[in-house]
Design a protein around this ligand. Structure first.
Ligand code: AMP
Ligand code: MG
Length: 638
């Protein structure tokens, strides 16, 4: 199908292959059951697309369904980092095949002559939404194309198109995505990845000028090509549990362990002392049998270890959200990844002024998904997963007994199995807390420029600074960046510290100074405690040389971003793209998102290429959040 890009100017230098030639696989679909209405790709392909309609799909984890063809797709931007990670050659985005693949017009790997390749598919899952069971959900507008393994890294990703048309899982909706929310997902996926937060990724953003989407108004449609090592969610298990499909629960759990995590041997070993676990470099793996209050070894079977792997991954991810002030906004179980990825970006936000009760979700009246609730809500979701796996967990060493596999729990065993599962899940709750806390401390320790965590740091530094930020309405992320840049030589006297404290406040337009005297005094006192801890960690209690302090500054800047895609910046970009027809601004916000720790971007060389950029824009986007742009909220309409 025609696209805006000609296939002439393709640079052939650089590594990687074209999107046509990257290796492709269909492991998910080959190992798990397809919708019985369309048992093969050919059955789906010969069905007119408008006859593949929303309905209840049972005994299956997906439906073969191709994307809706679209007229004149316009590729607006790609993520160069995503191209690299997928092993796609730089410049391939200028080819017609690339554009048609990420727009859903070209089906890769499918050959009508009865190919053994693969075909696009949409996943079937359910979920608890705002605490209520919502029944079957599924990929209502996301269609996966193929898996691809990058030959250099060996990492396999599943590429999918969000906004690619109706599927059996679209319920009452239209299968489309609007440009504004697609811009948001495209940018934040890559930004979080660059910050080191596990997340699904985004390869490209495509505008569908002919697709009109009805929301509050009529809006242009768009597609984000996104990818992840797994798109499975807690909601995938929830649905099987709700339907009592114990065979498929076991099959899916086995698939997740063997295929997604690469084998049972990669899962955590016997439940170790949770405090120790949090400090181990690769949490939970290959930890020798430390003292343990956990269940006896025989009680902890491989499905328990699978559950623990998923729990631990999510604990690490939510700890990073808390440390970077990121909020998903809709942490339903269908948006909670089994792989521990941040995923499904709707009304997400980064924290501006520190406010633990803030939620970016305009419709979340109960503040269920507010910043402070994220760790407990993710645990709530994980308990739902524990319940879905409960029978397998509770069966302990009998999990492979023929009778149990075939008929499940006998009535006289039920109590014992339930009790055991409950006990194990409760115990894993402790492990969740320990892994969460360990990671949170590690991140905060690094963000504050310390080399080691001391027990007193939690109250004296972390809590104290967060309380001050909240009381004094300071910007959470700017605080850490500005702290990174503060030289110890500027903090030697009480007076100097109070003077320096001014940089953390919004600048007062009248006096040019931030904060009132009392506020600056409070921050000054904290700065004193902080610099003493820096001296302990970096100078053995002695003053630091200029060089040592520069080293500390560099270390802090590597973990404290100067750029994050905040709500107000995304809004500005959306407006400029939609209303003014700007395109380059997308490349610039992507570039800054991919290199978030720099002081400046324009005029510098990245990956051997000079980056032009826009200095004024960079200054605005890394400075104080404008008054009207703080703590914005979004609705779920996307
Ligand atoms: P979300 O709140 O975005 O995680 O979506 C919840 C469920 O609604 C998922 O099953 C989505 O696939 C589905 N959904 C959301 N928006 C649409 C849409 N425009 N068309 C079809 N399905 C949608
Ligand atoms: Mg979702």
């Amino acid at each position: 199908m025609a696209s805006n890009f000609s296939s002439t100017a393709v640079p052939t230098n650089g590594s990687g292959a074209s999107i046509n030639d990257i290796p492709k696989s269909w492991s998910f679909t080959s190992r798990l059951p397809a919708d019985p209405l369309f048992p093969t790709p050919a059955d789906s392909h010969k069905t007119p697309r408008d006859q593949i309609r929303p309905r209840q799909v049972r005994d299956a984890l997906y439906t073969w369904v191709r994307p809706q063809p679209v007229a004149r797709p316009q590729l607006l931007a790609v993520s160069p980092a995503a191209m690299r990670d997928l092993g796609i050659r730089e410049g391939d985005e200028h080819t017609e095949d690339f554009v048609d693949t990420v727009a859903g017009n070209k089906i890769q790997g499918w050959d009508e002559e009865g190919s053994t390749g693969g075909y696009p598919w949409a996943q079937c899952y359910g979920g608890f939404q705002f605490g209520q069971w919502a029944g079957q959900l599924g990929d209502g507008r996301a269609i996966s194309l193929f898996e691809t393994t990058n030959p250099s890294s060996g990492v396999r990703y599943e590429l999918q198109l969000k906004g690619a048309g109706l599927t059996p899982y679209s319920r009452f909706a239209d299968g489309k995505a609007v440009l504004r929310s697609s811009i948001r997902e495209f940018v934040v996926s890559e930004a979080l990845n660059a910050l080191g937060v596990p997340t699904t990724r985004a390869l490209s953003l495509t505008l569908l000028p002919e697709v009109k989407v009805r929301r509050e108004t009529i809006e242009p449609g768009a597609i984000v090509a996104r990818f992840a090592q797994s798109w499975l969610r807690i909601g995938t298990f929830d649905l099987l549990r709700a339907r009592g499909d114990r065979d498929l629960i076991r099959k899916l759990a086995t698939y997740v362990a063997e295929d997604v995590f690469g084998g049972w041997e990669n899962l955590p070993s016997r439940l170790e002392n949770p405090d120790k676990a949090a400090d181990s470099p690769v949490p939970g793996r290959n930890v020798s049998a430390d003292a343990i209050e956990g269940p006896p070894e025989s009680a902890e079977n491989r499905f328990t270890r699978l559950f623990r792997e998923i729990v631990r991954r999510n604990a690490l991810t939510v700890a990073k959200w808390q440390a970077y002030g990121f909020m998903n906004g809709v942490l339903n179980t269908d948006n909670t990844s089994l792989f521990g990825l941040s995923m499904d970006y709707g009304p997400f936000a980064f924290m501006d002024n520190f406010d633990p009760a803030y939620t970016p979700n305009h419709d979340d009246y109960a503040l269920r998904y507010s910043y402070r609730n994220q760790p407990s809500i993710i645990w709530w979701n994980l308990v739902r997963l524990g319940e879905a796996l409960g029978e397998l967990i509770g069966a302990a060493s009998r999990v492979d007994d023929e009778n149990f596999v075939k008929d499940g729990v006998k009535e006289e065993e039920a109590d014992e199995i339930i009790k055991r599962a409950e006990k194990i899940i409760t115990q894993i709750g402790e492990e969740y807390k320990a892994v969460f806390l360990g990671e949170y401390k590690k991140c905060m320790t690094a963000r504050l420029g310390l080399k080691n965590f001391k027990d007193t740091d939690f109250d004296e530094l972390f809590s104290e600074v967060l309380d001050s930020m909240e009381a004094l309405e300071l910007d959470f992320n700017l605080f850490f960046r500005r702290l990174s840049n503060a030289k110890l030589s500027e903090l030697e006297t009480e007076e100097a510290r109070q003077e320096k404290a001014g940089v953390f406040f919004y600048q007062d337009v009248l006096t040019g100074k931030g904060g009132d005297e009392e506020g600056r005094k409070r921050v000054g006192e904290w700065l004193d405690k902080w610099q003493q801890r820096i001296l302990q960690d970096w100078g053995d209690g002695q003053a630091l040389s200029e060089e040592q302090d520069q080293e500390r500054i560099r270390a802090m800047k590597k973990v404290n971003p100067s750029f994050i895609p905040r709500g107000w910046i995304l809004d500005e970009v959306i407006k400029r793209v939609e209303k003014n027809g700007e395109r380059d601004v997308l490349d610039r916000i992507m570039h800054m998102s991919l290199h978030p720790f720099e002081d400046g971007w324009a005029g510098r060389t990245f990956d051997g290429k000079e980056y032009t950029g826009d200095r004024d824009e960079e200054t605005r986007w890394t400075g104080d959040v404008p008054r009207t742009g703080r703590a914005m909220q979004c609705s779920c309409s996307s």
